[in-house]
Design a protein around this ligand. Structure first.
Ligand SMILES: Cc1cc2nc3c(=O)[nH]c(=O)nc-3n(C[C@H](O)[C@H](O)[C@H](O)COP(=O)(O)OP(=O)(O)OC[C@H]3O[C@@H](n4cnc5c(N)ncnc54)[C@H](O)[C@@H]3O)c2cc1C
Length: 415
């Protein structure tokens, strides 16, 4: 049994190249966007950097090898994600959200659907966007709750005469769903209700909407606390028509597709959290070694500061180990994958908020200004317990359901 986490030579090279790209290009996101007050302007200003990422093959490198990409799995993805998000959470999320947008297609698409929709994302030109339209205004934590709950409110009705789905509804928070010009992304996977009366397991479906498409409008680009240069919009779908063949899987299989799509991302949120902690730690450590704050010795020589840094590093190592285990479990199809991914998400995200705040206390008052990176890192980090399903509403409920199941075996996660 090998549990030494040794990377292959190819993985070490991938990580070095990811770090190199992040230093060359992603360090430019802040300077290109900080002075812009409008969220849509900030997001559009990142387009040249995103195009560079695509041109240098970073989208191909995170799409799976069997489908024409170059990724050998979630562990490879985690290596890239850590290097990218350690430098910038905005363009990185735009890039990674493409894989979320494509996950339903990758998981449930037929060879014909893959041939029709996937190729665009392997082409290293332009700025292709895919998005997963799950969240809605008014809340989505209970998207699969049975009546009398509302659940998913976006509807799709089959116009049999024309062989088309007609989609109506609103979506909110969906990364990149407005597209670069407010007409939608290249591909939008829309979670919608295809049966008004069936139970949740049979009522929801995921339908592909290639963009630009008539009837999709960008209503607002939300001005977030963090991820300031990433598009999180509100969109309306009004009588949006797509061919009947754009439905993924069997009609009514949407609930399973949604659940499956958010598991890989749960493991990745652990990695995102680690990456933001890493950036905060690098700054705080350098500050503590350098600064005397008008005292006689660098502040790292004070025991309280040294201990705080040590505790931060312990927490980071724990989050990395857990997140990598979750990624490895997903890659190997382990029965422990779902639970480990959820632990990585919940533990990683909440640890990161605590650790970044602790590191701000190490630096002190100077951390509370945008003249140094910690305030921005905290702003980004605060999203992690909330997005990809909030820890309260979804992740805790999922873990809770798992534990309450009489068939649950706590040793499933034991290697
Ligand atoms: C930067 C960013 C990018 C995002 N990208 C996407 C994307 O690409 N696609 C997408 O679809 N969404 C996206 N989102 C939205 C995100 O994934 C949210 O997790 C999702 O909208 C659900 O939000 P919520 O958990 O707060 O649910 P809500 O339904 O708004 O619930 C709010 C709160 O109510 C409580 N609650 C509700 N129900 C329960 C329950 N059953 N048990 C316990 N507590 C409950 C919880 O406290 C919960 O936090 C993004 C968000 C951000 C910030």
């Amino acid at each position: 049994m090998a549990i030494d986490f040794t990377l292959t030579p190819e993985q070490r090279e991938l990580r070095t190249e990811a770090r190199d790209f992040a230093q060359r290009w992603l360090t430019g996101v802040g300077p290109a966007t900080h002075a812009l007050s409008d969220p849509e302007e900030r997001w559009r200003a990142t387009r040249p950097i995103y195009e560079q990422a695509v041109a240098e093959g970073w989208l191909r490198r995170i799409l799976p090898e069997p489908l024409g990409g170059e990724s050998r799995g979630m562990v490879d993805f985690a290596l890239v994600a850590e290097e990218f998000i350690a430098v910038d959470a905005n363009v990185s999320l735009t890039l990674f959200a493409v894989t979320l947008g494509l996950t339903p297609l990758m998981a449930a698409g037929t060879p014909e659907q893959l041939a029709e929709h996937f190729g665009r994302f392997l082409d290293p030109t332009g700025a292709p966007l895919a998005a997963f339209a799950f969240s809605e205004p008014g809340g989505s934590a209970n998207y699969d709750a049975p009546a009398p709950a509302d659940g998913v409110r976006t509807t799709a009705v089959l116009d049999e005469a024309r062989g088309e789905w007609v989609i109506n509804g609103r979506k909110r928070w969906v990364s990149s769903a407005g597209g670069w010009h407010g007409e939608g992304p290249d591909l939008l996977a829309v979670v919608c209700r295809t049966s008004p009366s069936a139970p949740p397991d049979e009522a929801l479906s995921v339908i592909l909407v290639p963009g630009p498409v008539p009837g999709l409008t960008l209503d607002a680009s939300l001005d977030l606390l963090g991820h300031r240069a990433h598009q999180t919009p509100e969109i309306t779908l009004r009588d949006v028509r797509v061919p009947a063949r754009h439905l993924l899987g069997a009609p009514g299989s949407g609930r399973a597709i949604v659940a499956g799509s958010f598991l890989p991302t749960a493991a990745l949120v652990g990695v995102f959290a680690l990456a933001r902690m890493r950036a905060a730690f690098a700054y705080a450590l350098a500050f503590a070694r350098r600064e005397r704050r008008a005292g006689a010795v660098p502040i790292i020589d004070h025991q309280a500061v040294g201990y705080a840094l040590a505790d931060a590093k312990s927490a980071m190592e724990a989050v990395r180990s857990l997140s990598w285990r979750a990624c490895h479990a997903l890659d190997s199809g382990s029965p422990a994958a779902a639970e480990l991914a959820l632990h990585a998400k919940v533990f990683g995200s909440e640890t990161a908020v605590r650790v970044v705040t602790d590191l701000m206390r190490v630096v002190g008052m100077e951390s509370y200004t945008h003249e140094n990176p910690l305030a921005g890192i905290l702003q980004d980090t605060l999203a992690y317990p909330l997005f990809d399903g909030g820890n309260m509403g979804v992740r805790r409920r999922q873990l809770h359901t798992m534990l309450a199941d009489p068939a649950y075996d706590p040793d499933t996660t034991r290697p």
